[in-house]
Design a binder for this molecule. Structure first.
Ligand SMILES: NC(=O)c1ccc[n+]([C@@H]2O[C@H](COP(=O)([O-])OP(=O)(O)OC[C@H]3O[C@@H](n4cnc5c(N)ncnc54)[C@H](O)[C@@H]3O)[C@@H](O)[C@H]2O)c1
Length: 353
């Protein structure tokens, strides 16, 4: 079971203070990454690679000092310290593997790879080559998610009952991944991070409405230790955008709505109290607590910016990134097992850690 950050061996090289980055993939997500990477202090983005020349023309227009290339070999042969990969899922393993073998630190956009075996191999390759491998679990770097993690770890919510997460919208349909591979990495990585636990089993149901065999709506249920369950609903077929995450504890409950401007988190001092003793079920009277609803202050920050700074800081300080290769592996393993559950009619399957 890989529940702790990987030890990448001793990073014996001298600490590089000035960092050179490369970016592979300048489609939808690449421009956001490039904007944040170019804002890093004491660093530069030297080279961007994309197979599509139209995308490279866009790079050249906005970042005239950055070298553009269609050849990923130019990236591997360059003197960059680190490579960020924002290409379709099926290309992640090959590109990341080559970059690590050519001596670069690597950050791969979520999900890390298309199979758990590949994710493990990548983590191992990073270790062998004394390089850091980071997974782009962007929400793990969101100030709101960090706040939720603190509510849980401080015991403020009490004993946890369950988590409910929905990530719904109309599209955007992807060809390289179904809706589970596309959206659920966010919910799973957030849940693992907030609970600081891994699920023991998963059941899932997936439905394909627009393209046969390409799941566009899915429901997953993850069982965590201590009887905590997490329900995840992801969909590309919803009339409006929903990004809701609720944690229910026996003392307090918290709702996080990522679409809600400045008031994304609401902490409810609500719950149900059971009488200590009753001789029969008929005498049972629950009392319902309706206390204050608090909107905590959360210092805003763009999660992707925090993620990029964390990657740079990990390299400089020779410390394993929070969402390292094995953390990425955990998410891929859960998704892989969820697909096995779908193939077997949605039964709960133990995750073979
Ligand atoms: N962290 C997040 O919140 C987040 C959000 C969106 C997407 N993503 C992830 O980012 C990755 C990319 O997603 P996207 O939406 O930008 O995809 P996209 O299809 O819009 O863009 C991918 C780009 O990669 C290029 N490309 C493909 N194969 C290549 C190769 N071998 N070498 C060089 N360039 C290549 C394509 O030409 C394209 O421009 C995916 O893994 C996705 O899951 C993460």
């Amino acid at each position: 079971m890989a529940d702790s950050p990987q030890a990448s061996g001793s990073q014996s090289e001298s600490k590089p203070s000035y960092l050179r980055f490369a970016l592979i993939g300048y489609g939808y997500w690449g421009p956001l990454l490039l904007r944040n990477l170019t804002r890093l202090e004491n660093a530069e983005v030297s080279i961007v690679a994309d197979l599509d020349t139209n995308r490279l023309t866009e790079v050249a227009k906005n970042y005239p000092h950055v070298q553009c290339t269609q050849s990923v070999e130019d990236v591997f042969a360059s003197n960059v310290d680190a490579v960020c990969i924002a290409t379709p899922l099926q290309t992640h393993y090959k590109l990341a593997d080559e970059a690590l073998r050519r001596g670069k630190h690597v950050m791969v956009e979520k999900p890390l790879t298309g199979t758990a075996a590949e994710a493990l191999k990548l983590a191992q390759t990073a270790k062998e080559h004394n390089k850091f491998l980071m997974t782009g679990h962007t929400y793990e770097y969101s100030p709101e998610v960090e706040k939720l993690q603190k509510f849980v770890s401080s015991g403020e919510l009490g004993k946890l009952f369950y988590i409910n997460s929905s990530r719904l919208n109309l599209g955007i349909f992807r060809k390289d991944a179904d809706v589970i591979w596309d959206l659920a990495p966010h919910d799973i990585s957030m849940t693992n991070f907030i609970l600081q636990k891994l699920p023991v089993s998963v059941s899932a149901q997936g439905y394909s409405h627009m393209n046969p065999g390409h799941i566009d709506v899915a429901y997953m249920n993850l069982k965590y230790p201590e009887n905590i369950s997490a329900n995840i609903h992801v969909s590309w077929l919803n009339p409006n955008k929903e990004r809701n995450f609720t944690i229910v504890g026996d003392k307090k409950m918290v709702c996080y709505d990522d679409t809600a401007g400045n008031e994304k988190i609401k902490l409810y001092n609500r719950g149900v109290d059971k009488p200590e003793y009753s001789s029969s079920f008929g005498e049972f009277t629950y009392s319902y607590r309706y206390g204050d609803i608090v909107i905590p202050y959360v210092q805003g920050a763009e999660p992707l910016g925090v993620e990029c700074r964390h990657f740079a800081e990990s390299i400089r300080s020779h410390s394993e990134p929070r969402s390292g290769g094995l953390v990425g592996y955990n998410v891929v393993k859960i998704i892989e097992t969820a697909h096995q559950s779908i193939e077997q009619g949605g039964i709960f399957l133990d995750i073979d850690w």
